[in-house]
Structure formats: structure tokens, C-alpha cells
Design a protein around this ligand. Structure first.
Ligand code: UT7
Length: 319
């Protein structure tokens, strides 16, 4: 029994916001600096009041249509997000309510930019155990809410969006291998180190990052976990048709491809137009590449995430 991706959808809120738009809004930056250091030209930012469950709802509806299913057909809903609507209930429960599904297992996964590969791996294990038949796996983020817009070294990097996949039990091959890791010793290089206590924010509610430390860590573990996942599936990485790493920065994508000895034309890149959408970045890129027919039935696709925690992981599947 395999878990197979049978439908994909995504959603980007509002209009594309360019680097020049950010400079016009008073951020001391330039299109030249942002594109040369990150490859990012645009990102989308949610409207006031638009939440992770709202973005996830649009992406989920599109994924369900692509799979030919109704919301009531899914028995598992997992949302990967670090920007939940509320402290509780989970964004997965809020999404479930908006979708009109009653009774499915529903919970959130918090693994920051690795969240989608964590959530998809969990869905794979639920489905292969036989306990669940059809899962909706969503990555949805409104990172614009946790950015310090006076910190130009971080605020230009991120965007908002959502992506979703339907995963179904199938005798045809689907997910071939998965690998998940974390090392909390590195929690300090990327974090939002605040919390709510007695009705007050305590600590710092904004994203803080040591960019260069994150860069080096990300490149090393993305290459390692990609190789680990290929080995577990018994295929050389040269047999991969496509790689979709977490979309943080084109320089990270290029360095990862070099380490894995893969040409860049096998790497799906959307960070230039989406920015870093954390847990949403991989399903957003997957949806784009399936809809524009680059990814074809039967091809082997490697998804790779890395993010705060530090967390990292990969999922290798046959489409
Ligand atoms: O999901 C994981 C998310 N994290 C990442 O993807 C981050 C990975 N790291 C990176 O991509 C890079 O480290 C950055 C793009 C974040 C930064 O690039 P860098 O080459 O490491 O630059 P830096 O932080 O060392 O800053 C270099 C200069 C500084 O100026 P001075 O001190 O040399 O005068 C910064 O103040 O660039 C300046 N700077 C900016 N200038 C214009 C920083 N941010 C900006 C900006 N616009 N937005």
C-alpha cells in the first residue's frame, strides 16, 4: 500500500509586491541588493484580517477539485504552519470547519519551513498504517505578521501563501521514501522568541535570524537529506526528474544542486516570485510545476525542507 498524491492546489493572496514597492514603502533597500543576494523579485502579502486558514482554504479547495473529491471525503487534515490563526484551536480544525468537514482527524504541525515535508511524512505513515484513507496536507503561512518591518535583513525575504495536496491510499507507487531530522541545539539562529503570558507578549514577537549561519546549515542538510532519501528508495540522485527544495533563496537552491551534482534545470524555482513562504513554499512550487506540465505522470520528485528548530527533511515520490 502506498500513499499517493492525487490532487494539488495553491493560493497567493493579493497583488505581487516588488522589491521597488518595498523601497517605496520606506524600507532602506534596493532591487539590486535583494535580487543579487536572494534571487527574490516579488512576494505576496496577505490583506489585514486574512489568516492562514483563509489561505489554506483556497489552496485546499483547489487541491480537492484536482483530486475529484469533496471535503467530506478526507479523513485526515494536517496543516503545517508557524503563523496559526489562534493559539488554539489548531488551524487544521478552523480549516476543517471552513471546508465543512466533520469528524476527520485534524491537527497542526509546527516545523517552520520543514513543516510541509513533516506533515506529508506523517500523512504517509497514517495512510500506510491503514488507519486513514484520504488526507489533506496543507502548508499555509502569513509570515508578514511576524516580520519586523524595520529589519531590512529579514523583512524583504518572506511572503505569504498556501499550498495543499490530497494524499490517498493506492496500490500504485506514490511516496517512495521519507526522512525527517531536527537538532534543537541550533534553535537560536532562526526563531521568533516571544510568547503570551498573562495577556501580554513576553520576549520578542518578531522573526530573528543569523542569515549566514542559516545559509550554511541549510545547504549542508538539504544535500545530505536528499541523498538519504534517494538511498532509502534505492535510486541514485541522478535518476531524479525534479527537485523542489524549500524556496528560501536562489543561492541556497544553486548550492544544494551543486552539492547533489544535479543540474539547475531539474530544480523548480518559485522563490523569485513568491519569496520565502515557509511551510507553503514547497506545495506552492509543486502546484506550479504540475499545472504548467513540467512534472509528468510517473516522474520521480524529491521535496526537501529546512527551517527553524533546526528541522530538515525530504519526501521522494513518484507522481
Ligand atoms: O527558511 C530559511 C530562511 N533564511 C534564509 O533563507 C536566509 C539565508 N541567508 C541569506 O540568504 C543571506 O545571509 C541574506 C540574504 C539574509 C543576507 O546576505 P548576506 O550576504 O549574508 O548579507 P549580510 O547580512 O552580511 O549583510 C551585508 C550588508 C550589511 O551592510 P554592511 O554592514 O555591510 O554595511 C547589511 O546591513 O547588507 C546590508 N543589508 C541590506 N542592504 C540592503 C542587509 N539587508 C539589506 C537589505 N537591503 N534588505
Amino acid at each position: 500500500m502506498f500513499a499517493r498524491i492525487t490532487g494539488i492546489g495553491s493560493f497567493l493572496p493579493g497583488q505581487a509586491v516588488s522589491n521597488d514597492d518595498l523601497a517605496r514603502r520606506g524600507i532602506e533597500t534596493s532591487d539590486e541588493w535583494i535580487t543579487s543576494r536572494t534571487g527574490i523579485s516579488f512576494r505576496h502579502l496577505a490583506e489585514d484580517g486574512q489568516t492562514a486558514s483563509d489561505l489554506g482554504l483556497e489552496a485546499s479547495r483547489r487541491a480537492l477539485v484536482a483530486a475529484g473529491l469533496e471535503a467530506s471525503d478526507v479523513d485526515l487534515i494536517i496543516v503545517a504552519t508557524s503563523t496559526p490563526d489562534f493559539i488554539f484551536p489548531s488551524t487544521a480544525c478552523l480549516l476543517q470547519s471552513k471546508l465543512g468537514n466533520h469528524g476527520a482527524t485534524a491537527f497542526d504541525v509546527q516545523a517552520v519551513c520543514s513543516g510541509f515535508v513533516y506533515a506529508l511524512t506523517i500523512a504517509d505513515k497514517f495512510i500506510r498504517s491503514g488507519s486513514h484513507k484520504r488526507a489533506l496536507v496543507v502548508g499555509s503561512e502569513v509570515f508578514s505578521r511576524i516580520l519586523d518591518w524595520s529589519d531590512r535583513a529579514t523583512c524583504v525575504l518572506f511572503g505569504d501563501g498556501a499550498g495543499a495536496v490530497v494524499v490517498e491510499a493506492s496500490e500504485r507507487p506514490g511516496i517512495l521514501s521519507t526522512a525527517l531530522h531536527a537538532d534543537g541545539a541550533h534553535h537560536g539562529i532562526l526563531s521568533v522568541p516571544g510568547s503570551i503570558c498573562r495577556g501580554q507578549v513576553t520576549g520578542d514577537p518578531f522573526l530573528r535570524m543569523d542569515g549566514q549561519a542559516v545559509f550554511k546549515f541549510a545547504v549542508r542538510v538539504l544535500a545530505e537529506v536528499g541523498e538519504e532519501c534517494c538511498k532509502a528508495a534505492g535510486i541514485p540522485s541522478s535518476d531524479l526528474d525534479w527537485v523542489i527544495p524549500h524556496q528560501a533563496n536562489t543561492r541556497i537552491l544553486e548550492a544544494t544542486a551543486r552539492r547533489m551534482k544535479l543540474p539547475m534545470d531539474k530544480v523548480i524555482v518559485t522563490v523569485d516570485r513568491h519569496g520565502n513562504t515557509s511551510a507553503a513554499s514547497i506545495p506552492l512550487a509543486l502546484d506550479e510545476a504540475v499545472r504548467d506540465q513540467r512534472i509528468q505522470a510517473g516522474q520521480k520528485v524529491l521535496l526537501e525542507g529546512v527551517g527553524g528548530g533546526f528541522t530538515w527533511g525530504a519526501v521522494l515520490f513518484e507522481f
